[in-house]
Design a protein around this ligand. Structure first.
Ligand code: GUN
Length: 297
């Protein structure tokens, strides 16, 4: 029997676990605040940001949103970030990526106050995570760890294969899986577009994390029987639907489900967890800023 992991349910548990802490912080005069910044007219980015704002409202986090025209000067974005850094009601700042080509992405990541960097992308926070002293774990990798825990998947000593080497998912999940820490201690291989024989690697894996951004790259015949398969892909592919597209993951779900022991669906797997862990990081940021200790789920 294959377990199809319900990311919506696990994310709801995380949100429920945050509510009391949010009210504790609010009572202490530090209701958590998250500012999102969007400098794009990409429909997917617009959807992601509005879902993040909706999540804030649902749990009692003060959400605020700044939108900049994609052709606005880069300095407008840096000024916005500077204002949010200085605003005591804002505990977390998220600049939705990608930003337009004329904006230096690395400068954006460095501009955000590391104590408000709820994405965990600032070099200081990346460094802390790599050193085994994370302040904010990046949301998607952290969400993957929570999913593995919810399904009682043993990572210790497991052979894990991460497909994809992005800064947002591939690199940080690799790092978390190799940490000498709970939900780590895996023997982890990173595969990418130059990997010679991907299937030979994935077939050896107890855990496969597919995060390459390639629709249905990982098929059932590439998996070991009983493997845990975490699908991070969110690919819009043309389809004869009302919207003209459908979402597919980086895993061919039907064939993979035949071989996997545990698998995440798309949508409804990793995506909701990414959003839940953003709320988690925002609550953590507010707690640290206000110096009010709270329990985190
Ligand atoms: N674009 C795609 N994923 C993410 C994310 O996790 N954070 C931000 N800021 N932008 C993204």
């Amino acid at each position: 029997m294959t377990t199809v992991l319900d990311g919506n349910a696990v994310a709801a548990d995380v949100r429920d676990g945050l509510r009391e802490s949010i009210e504790t912080l609010a009572d202490a005069g530090a209701r958590p605040g998250l500012a999102t910044v969007l400098m794009s007219d990409d429909p997917a980015s617009e959807t992601y940001v509005s879902m993040k704002q909706r999540d804030c409202e649902e749990v009692g986090i003060d959400g605020s949103h700044v939108e900049l025209a994609p052709d606005a000067p880069a300095e407008d974005l840096f000024d916005t970030v500077a204002d949010l850094n200085a605003d005591p009601a804002v505990h977390g700042i998220l600049v939705q990526m990608p930003v337009p080509d004329h904006v230096d992405k690395r400068r954006v990541l460095r501009a955000i106050d590391p104590a408000k960097d709820v994405d965990g992308f600032h070099p200081e926070n990346v460094g802390r995570m790599v050193a085994g002293d994370p302040r904010f774990k990046p949301c998607t990798p952290h969400g993957i760890q929570k999913l593995l825990a919810a399904a009682d998947v043993e990572t210790e000593g497991a052979d894990a294969v991460v497909v994809g080497r992005s800064d947002i998912v591939g690199k940080p999940i690799t790092n978390l899986l190799i940490q000498k820490a709970p939900l780590g201690n895996a023997t982890t291989t990173v595969c990418h577009s130059r990997t010679r024989d991907l299937a030979a690697k994935t077939r050896e894996a107890d855990i496969v994390v597919a995060a390459a951004g390639v629709p249905e790259l990982v098929t059932g015949d590439m998996l070991k029987e009983g493997a845990t398969v975490i699908d991070v892909g969110v690919n819009r592919v043309e389809a004869d639907t009302e919207k003209g597209y459908e979402l597919v993951g980086d895993v061919e779900f039907e064939s993979a489900k035949e071989r996997a022991g545990v698998i995440t669906p798309v949508p409804g797997g990793v995506g909701p967890m990414t959003r839940a862990m953003l709320l988690y990081n925002t609550v953590k940021a507010a707690s640290e800023r206000a110096d009010v200790p709270i329990d985190l789920p």
